[in-house]
Design a protein around this ligand. Structure first.
Ligand code: ATP
Ligand code: MG
Length: 255
Protein backbone atom coordinates (compact mmCIF):
# COMPACT_ATOMS: atom_id res chain seq x y z
CA UNK A 1 0.00 0.00 0.00
CA UNK A 2 1.14 3.52 -0.81
CA UNK A 3 1.86 5.97 1.99
CA UNK A 4 -0.64 8.80 1.67
CA UNK A 5 0.88 12.15 2.65
CA UNK A 6 -1.23 15.30 2.60
CA UNK A 7 0.54 18.65 2.52
CA UNK A 8 -1.71 20.68 4.71
CA UNK A 9 -1.97 23.96 6.56
CA UNK A 10 -4.72 26.37 7.39
CA UNK A 11 -3.04 29.44 5.95
CA UNK A 12 -2.80 30.30 2.28
CA UNK A 13 0.47 30.87 0.46
CA UNK A 14 2.71 28.93 2.86
CA UNK A 15 4.03 26.67 0.09
CA UNK A 16 1.73 23.65 0.23
CA UNK A 17 1.55 23.32 -3.55
CA UNK A 18 5.26 24.10 -4.06
CA UNK A 19 6.13 21.40 -1.55
CA UNK A 20 3.61 18.88 -2.91
CA UNK A 21 4.93 19.22 -6.47
CA UNK A 22 8.63 19.30 -5.66
CA UNK A 23 8.53 16.55 -3.05
CA UNK A 24 6.61 14.38 -5.50
CA UNK A 25 9.06 15.17 -8.32
CA UNK A 26 12.14 14.49 -6.19
CA UNK A 27 10.76 11.17 -4.93
CA UNK A 28 10.19 10.26 -8.60
CA UNK A 29 13.85 11.13 -9.32
CA UNK A 30 14.71 8.54 -6.65
CA UNK A 31 12.71 6.05 -8.74
CA UNK A 32 9.69 5.97 -6.47
CA UNK A 33 6.31 5.72 -8.12
CA UNK A 34 4.22 8.73 -7.16
CA UNK A 35 0.65 9.86 -7.60
CA UNK A 36 0.11 13.56 -6.89
CA UNK A 37 -3.52 14.42 -6.20
CA UNK A 38 -4.47 18.05 -6.72
CA UNK A 39 -7.40 18.92 -4.43
CA UNK A 40 -7.41 22.62 -5.23
CA UNK A 41 -9.66 23.93 -8.04
CA UNK A 42 -6.92 26.54 -8.69
CA UNK A 43 -5.00 23.61 -10.23
CA UNK A 44 -1.58 24.93 -9.18
CA UNK A 45 0.06 21.59 -8.60
CA UNK A 46 -1.33 20.21 -11.86
CA UNK A 47 0.25 23.10 -13.78
CA UNK A 48 3.49 23.26 -11.79
CA UNK A 49 4.13 19.52 -12.18
CA UNK A 50 4.34 20.16 -15.91
CA UNK A 51 1.26 18.10 -16.70
CA UNK A 52 -0.40 19.17 -19.92
CA UNK A 53 -4.10 18.77 -19.21
CA UNK A 54 -5.22 20.14 -22.60
CA UNK A 55 -7.24 17.34 -24.16
CA UNK A 56 -7.28 15.32 -20.92
CA UNK A 57 -10.94 14.61 -20.39
CA UNK A 58 -11.13 13.51 -16.80
CA UNK A 59 -10.31 14.90 -13.38
CA UNK A 60 -11.44 14.64 -9.75
CA UNK A 61 -14.89 15.91 -10.70
CA UNK A 62 -15.34 13.08 -13.22
CA UNK A 63 -14.31 10.57 -10.55
CA UNK A 64 -16.57 12.00 -7.83
CA UNK A 65 -19.54 12.15 -10.19
CA UNK A 66 -18.99 8.59 -11.43
CA UNK A 67 -18.21 9.67 -15.02
CA UNK A 68 -14.73 8.17 -14.96
CA UNK A 69 -12.84 5.55 -13.06
CA UNK A 70 -10.01 6.72 -10.81
CA UNK A 71 -7.37 5.32 -13.18
CA UNK A 72 -8.93 7.05 -16.22
CA UNK A 73 -8.47 10.46 -14.60
CA UNK A 74 -4.74 9.98 -13.92
CA UNK A 75 -2.32 11.83 -16.24
CA UNK A 76 1.35 11.32 -16.91
CA UNK A 77 3.82 14.18 -16.32
CA UNK A 78 7.12 14.78 -18.13
CA UNK A 79 8.88 13.09 -15.21
CA UNK A 80 8.87 9.28 -15.39
CA UNK A 81 7.27 7.85 -12.24
CA UNK A 82 5.22 10.96 -11.46
CA UNK A 83 1.52 10.83 -12.30
CA UNK A 84 -1.11 13.37 -11.38
CA UNK A 85 -4.82 13.38 -10.71
CA UNK A 86 -5.96 16.91 -11.64
CA UNK A 87 -8.58 18.74 -9.60
CA UNK A 88 -10.51 20.46 -12.39
CA UNK A 89 -11.97 23.92 -11.81
CA UNK A 90 -15.47 22.44 -11.42
CA UNK A 91 -14.29 20.80 -8.20
CA UNK A 92 -15.39 23.87 -6.23
CA UNK A 93 -18.99 23.28 -7.31
CA UNK A 94 -18.83 19.50 -6.81
CA UNK A 95 -17.45 20.20 -3.33
CA UNK A 96 -20.46 22.36 -2.48
CA UNK A 97 -22.75 19.44 -3.21
CA UNK A 98 -20.56 16.84 -1.50
CA UNK A 99 -20.25 19.00 1.62
CA UNK A 100 -23.98 18.62 2.34
CA UNK A 101 -23.21 15.17 3.81
CA UNK A 102 -20.51 14.96 6.50
CA UNK A 103 -19.62 11.32 5.62
CA UNK A 104 -18.46 12.62 2.22
CA UNK A 105 -15.45 14.10 4.00
CA UNK A 106 -13.89 10.65 3.63
CA UNK A 107 -14.78 10.24 -0.06
CA UNK A 108 -11.20 10.64 -1.30
CA UNK A 109 -9.86 8.27 1.34
CA UNK A 110 -12.33 5.59 0.25
CA UNK A 111 -11.58 6.15 -3.44
CA UNK A 112 -7.85 5.81 -2.81
CA UNK A 113 -8.37 2.64 -0.79
CA UNK A 114 -10.75 1.02 -3.24
CA UNK A 115 -9.88 2.33 -6.71
CA UNK A 116 -6.36 3.76 -6.85
CA UNK A 117 -4.11 1.67 -9.10
CA UNK A 118 -1.61 -0.42 -7.15
CA UNK A 119 2.11 0.14 -7.48
CA UNK A 120 2.43 3.67 -6.13
CA UNK A 121 4.98 4.11 -3.33
CA UNK A 122 3.54 7.47 -2.29
CA UNK A 123 0.31 9.30 -2.89
CA UNK A 124 0.86 13.00 -2.19
CA UNK A 125 -2.21 15.16 -1.75
CA UNK A 126 -2.09 18.94 -2.23
CA UNK A 127 -4.73 20.40 0.10
CA UNK A 128 -6.29 23.84 -0.29
CA UNK A 129 -6.18 26.35 2.57
CA UNK A 130 -8.83 27.06 5.19
CA UNK A 131 -11.29 24.71 6.88
CA UNK A 132 -13.52 24.12 3.88
CA UNK A 133 -14.78 20.77 2.66
CA UNK A 134 -11.90 20.15 0.22
CA UNK A 135 -9.32 20.84 2.86
CA UNK A 136 -10.95 18.41 5.32
CA UNK A 137 -11.39 15.81 2.54
CA UNK A 138 -7.69 16.09 1.63
CA UNK A 139 -6.63 15.71 5.25
CA UNK A 140 -8.99 12.80 5.88
CA UNK A 141 -7.44 10.99 2.90
CA UNK A 142 -4.03 10.99 4.56
CA UNK A 143 -2.10 8.62 6.75
CA UNK A 144 0.25 11.49 7.56
CA UNK A 145 0.09 15.28 7.39
CA UNK A 146 3.13 17.28 6.34
CA UNK A 147 2.80 20.88 7.49
CA UNK A 148 4.81 23.81 6.09
CA UNK A 149 6.04 26.43 8.55
CA UNK A 150 6.64 29.86 7.03
CA UNK A 151 8.29 32.98 8.43
CA UNK A 152 5.97 35.74 9.53
CA UNK A 153 2.86 33.65 10.07
CA UNK A 154 1.42 33.07 13.55
CA UNK A 155 2.95 29.61 13.66
CA UNK A 156 1.73 28.20 16.94
CA UNK A 157 -1.79 29.65 16.64
CA UNK A 158 -2.14 28.23 13.11
CA UNK A 159 -0.89 24.91 14.40
CA UNK A 160 -3.36 24.83 17.27
CA UNK A 161 -6.23 25.28 14.79
CA UNK A 162 -4.87 22.57 12.52
CA UNK A 163 -4.44 20.15 15.40
CA UNK A 164 -8.06 20.75 16.44
CA UNK A 165 -9.08 19.81 12.91
CA UNK A 166 -6.95 16.66 13.14
CA UNK A 167 -8.80 15.76 16.38
CA UNK A 168 -12.13 16.38 14.64
CA UNK A 169 -11.22 14.04 11.77
CA UNK A 170 -9.88 11.34 14.11
CA UNK A 171 -12.97 11.48 16.32
CA UNK A 172 -15.70 11.82 13.73
CA UNK A 173 -14.34 9.48 11.09
CA UNK A 174 -12.27 7.10 13.25
CA UNK A 175 -9.26 7.76 11.05
CA UNK A 176 -5.79 7.32 12.57
CA UNK A 177 -4.50 10.54 11.00
CA UNK A 178 -1.02 11.41 12.22
CA UNK A 179 1.32 14.39 12.05
CA UNK A 180 4.11 13.38 9.68
CA UNK A 181 6.21 16.43 10.43
CA UNK A 182 6.74 20.15 9.99
CA UNK A 183 8.89 21.54 7.20
CA UNK A 184 10.38 25.01 7.36
CA UNK A 185 9.82 26.72 4.01
CA UNK A 186 10.82 30.11 2.59
CA UNK A 187 13.25 31.03 5.37
CA UNK A 188 16.13 33.29 4.38
CA UNK A 189 18.54 32.39 7.18
CA UNK A 190 19.14 29.30 9.26
CA UNK A 191 19.64 31.55 12.32
CA UNK A 192 16.02 32.69 12.06
CA UNK A 193 14.86 29.07 12.08
CA UNK A 194 17.04 28.23 15.07
CA UNK A 195 15.79 31.31 16.96
CA UNK A 196 12.13 30.51 16.27
CA UNK A 197 12.58 26.80 17.00
CA UNK A 198 14.14 27.61 20.38
CA UNK A 199 11.10 29.56 21.55
CA UNK A 200 9.33 27.75 24.36
CA UNK A 201 5.95 27.41 22.66
CA UNK A 202 7.63 26.02 19.53
CA UNK A 203 8.97 22.89 21.25
CA UNK A 204 6.36 20.47 19.92
CA UNK A 205 6.78 21.83 16.39
CA UNK A 206 10.57 21.77 16.55
CA UNK A 207 10.48 18.17 17.82
CA UNK A 208 8.62 17.05 14.71
CA UNK A 209 10.47 19.29 12.25
CA UNK A 210 12.48 17.87 9.39
CA UNK A 211 16.21 18.55 9.34
CA UNK A 212 15.90 19.83 5.79
CA UNK A 213 14.81 23.45 5.43
CA UNK A 214 13.56 24.69 2.09
CA UNK A 215 15.16 28.12 1.60
CA UNK A 216 13.54 31.12 0.02
CA UNK A 217 14.80 30.88 -3.57
CA UNK A 218 13.77 32.87 -6.65
CA UNK A 219 14.28 29.65 -8.68
CA UNK A 220 10.99 28.46 -7.13
CA UNK A 221 9.07 31.33 -8.71
CA UNK A 222 10.87 30.86 -12.03
CA UNK A 223 10.10 27.14 -12.06
CA UNK A 224 6.43 27.99 -11.42
CA UNK A 225 6.45 30.46 -14.33
CA UNK A 226 7.93 27.73 -16.52
CA UNK A 227 5.43 25.18 -15.20
CA UNK A 228 8.11 22.69 -14.23
CA UNK A 229 9.23 21.15 -10.96
CA UNK A 230 12.66 22.33 -9.82
CA UNK A 231 14.31 19.02 -10.72
CA UNK A 232 13.45 19.73 -14.36
CA UNK A 233 13.96 23.49 -14.21
CA UNK A 234 17.07 24.00 -12.04
CA UNK A 235 18.05 20.99 -10.00
CA UNK A 236 21.19 22.74 -8.72
CA UNK A 237 19.37 25.74 -7.27
CA UNK A 238 19.40 25.99 -3.45
CA UNK A 239 15.71 25.02 -3.24
CA UNK A 240 16.18 22.25 -5.83
CA UNK A 241 19.00 20.73 -3.79
CA UNK A 242 16.97 21.13 -0.57
CA UNK A 243 13.96 19.36 -2.07
CA UNK A 244 16.15 16.41 -3.15
CA UNK A 245 17.44 16.20 0.41
CA UNK A 246 13.93 16.54 1.82
CA UNK A 247 12.65 13.70 -0.38
CA UNK A 248 15.43 11.46 0.96
CA UNK A 249 14.49 12.40 4.51
CA UNK A 250 10.82 11.71 3.86
CA UNK A 251 11.59 8.35 2.28
CA UNK A 252 13.74 7.37 5.26
CA UNK A 253 10.94 8.35 7.66
CA UNK A 254 8.17 6.50 5.82
CA UNK A 255 9.78 3.28 4.57
N1 ATP B 1 10.82 28.12 -1.01
C1 ATP B 1 10.27 29.12 -1.71
N2 ATP B 1 11.04 30.08 -2.27
C2 ATP B 1 10.50 31.10 -2.95
N3 ATP B 1 9.19 31.29 -3.12
C3 ATP B 1 8.37 30.35 -2.60
C4 ATP B 1 8.85 29.23 -1.88
N4 ATP B 1 7.78 28.49 -1.48
C5 ATP B 1 6.69 29.11 -1.93
N5 ATP B 1 7.04 30.24 -2.61
C6 ATP B 1 6.17 31.25 -3.22
O1 ATP B 1 4.98 31.32 -2.46
C7 ATP B 1 3.87 31.25 -3.34
C8 ATP B 1 2.76 30.48 -2.64
O2 ATP B 1 3.14 29.11 -2.60
P1 ATP B 1 2.04 27.98 -2.77
O3 ATP B 1 1.10 28.32 -3.84
O4 ATP B 1 2.78 26.69 -2.83
O5 ATP B 1 1.30 28.12 -1.37
P2 ATP B 1 -0.01 27.36 -0.93
O6 ATP B 1 0.10 27.16 0.55
O7 ATP B 1 -0.19 26.16 -1.76
O8 ATP B 1 -1.12 28.44 -1.28
P3 ATP B 1 -2.71 28.19 -1.38
O9 ATP B 1 -3.21 28.23 0.01
O10 ATP B 1 -3.20 29.34 -2.22
O11 ATP B 1 -2.93 26.86 -2.04
C9 ATP B 1 4.37 30.59 -4.62
O12 ATP B 1 3.69 31.10 -5.73
C10 ATP B 1 5.80 30.94 -4.65
O13 ATP B 1 5.98 32.11 -5.40
MG1 MG C 1 -1.80 25.53 -2.97
Amino acid sequence: MANVLTISGQKGGIGKSVIAVNLAACLAVYEKKILLIDCDPQGCSTAWAGADDAGHRHDMVSVFTGKARFSDAIMKTPLPGLDILPAGFGLFETALKLSERAPNQTILRLLIQEDAPSGYDYIIVDAPSNFGFLSIMAMAAADWLIIPVCPGSPITAACDCLLKLVQYIRKNHKIPLKIGGFVFNQWQAIDDILRVSAMENMARIADLAYDTHIPYDTAVEKSIENKLPLVLYDIKSPAGAAFLHFAKEIDLRFT
